[in-house]
Design a protein around this ligand. Structure first.
Ligand code: DND
Ligand code: ATP
Ligand code: MG
Length: 275
């Protein structure tokens, strides 16, 4: 085992493997109660979450819808609602899967915000992108897309007494694989501590279709490579990352990449530096 495995797993609150269906259901109940408590504690009434068509947001959306339905059924208030947001950059190449996610979750409301005009306006106003190589421009614009999605979700949350839900989990957190103050910015992260396969297990138990449970994970931020698999960017597989976080034996080179990436992205998991 790599000398940093246990320390990193503890810092990211990694959940032990599930011992059967009962444990998965208990984890679902625990995370639904967490979402409900966030609403009660904040006095907010609406949950806001972007639904991409990937398994992370599908699972989180299913938890969110379950949370508000149970609060309404328990008489806590008819005004608790889940508002799903589709945030395509013009037309999304896997729109069908995004619609399948929405059909599965059956959110109380679903809004669509096309982020393209806002992303291009921000990029053009800075005047910073012209001199870049096409690949670099594509990468920078990708992070701007994630940040404009955040702005759209907080605009809705402000208007609707809402909390913005994030989908960060253990396997993304260890790699710092999110845009700082983009998809990384939110009010609660119900998937914290889960490895990628556990997210799939929860999603499957909540009724997500097979095609979404086993969909290749993608940040899908780059126009030059639509649907680019996250694993290409990581240089390691999610299976490797999960194994590392669960304290299993992993290849030295794999462990080296994960630890190096974890250290390099520490600033993304921390509050801004202060003097
Ligand atoms: N040491 C340090 N201390 C404090 N701050 C530091 C810093 N180094 C950089 N920074 C700041 O951080 C910025 C870089 O971070 P950031 O802007 O996030 O950009 P960066 O980490 O370079 O890129 C984001 C990565 O996350 C991936 N991503 C994004 C969104 C969603 C998903 C997904 O899976 O869905 C994946 C994306 O594909 C890309 O690989 C720098 O411009 C600088 O402002
Ligand atoms: N096109 C989109 N429309 C709405 N929300 C989006 C879109 N793209 C990204 N998001 C939001 O950003 C989050 C981060 O994306 P990420 O790719 O990590 O998750 P995912 O797509 O749900 O699952 P996977 O990682 O398996 O692709 C999503 O969970 C979702 O909340
Ligand atoms: Mg995705």
């Amino acid at each position: 085992m790599h000398s940093r495995q246990l320390e990193i797993a503890a810092a990211l609150k990694i959940c032990p493997p599930f011992d059967g269906k009962g444990a998965i259901q208990a984890e679902i109940d625990h995370r639904v109660r967490f979402i409900q408590q966030c609403l009660r504690d904040s006095g907010m009434k609406t949950l806001v979450l972007g639904i991409s068509g990937g398994i992370d947001s599908t699972t989180t959306g299913l938890l969110a819808q379950k949370a508000v339905e149970a609060m309404r059924a328990a008489g806590e208030g008819d005004d608790y609602r889940f508002l799903a947001v589709r945030l395509p950059y013009d037309v999304q190449h896997d729109e069908e899967e995004a619609q399948l996610a929405i059909d599965t979750i059956k959110p109380d409301e679903c809004h669509t915000v096309n982020i393209k005009a806002a992303v291009q306006a921000v990029a053009a106003a800075t005047g910073e992108l012209e001199g870049l190589t096409p690949a670099m421009r594509d990468f920078v614009l990708g992070n701007t897309k994630a940040r404009v999605r955040m702005v759209a979700q907080y605009t809705i949350a402000n208007a609707r007494q809402g909390l913005v839900i994030g989908t960060d989990h253990g396997a993304e957190a260890v790699m710092g694989f999110f845009t700082k103050f983009g998809d990384g910015a939110c009010d609660l992260t119900p998937l914290t501590g889960l490895v990628k396969d556990q997210v799939r297990q929860l999603g499957a138990a909540l009724g997500a279709p097979e095609s979404l449970v086993h969909k290749v994970p993608t940040a899908d931020l780059e126009e030059l490579h639509p649907g680019k698999p996250d694993e290409l960017a990581h240089g390691v597989t999610y299976r490797d990352i999960d194994a590392f976080l669960l304290g299993h034996e992993v290849d030295d080179e794999v462990a080296g990449i994960i630890v190096q990436t974890y250290d390099k992205t520490a600033h993304k998991r921390a509050l801004p530096r202060e003097p």
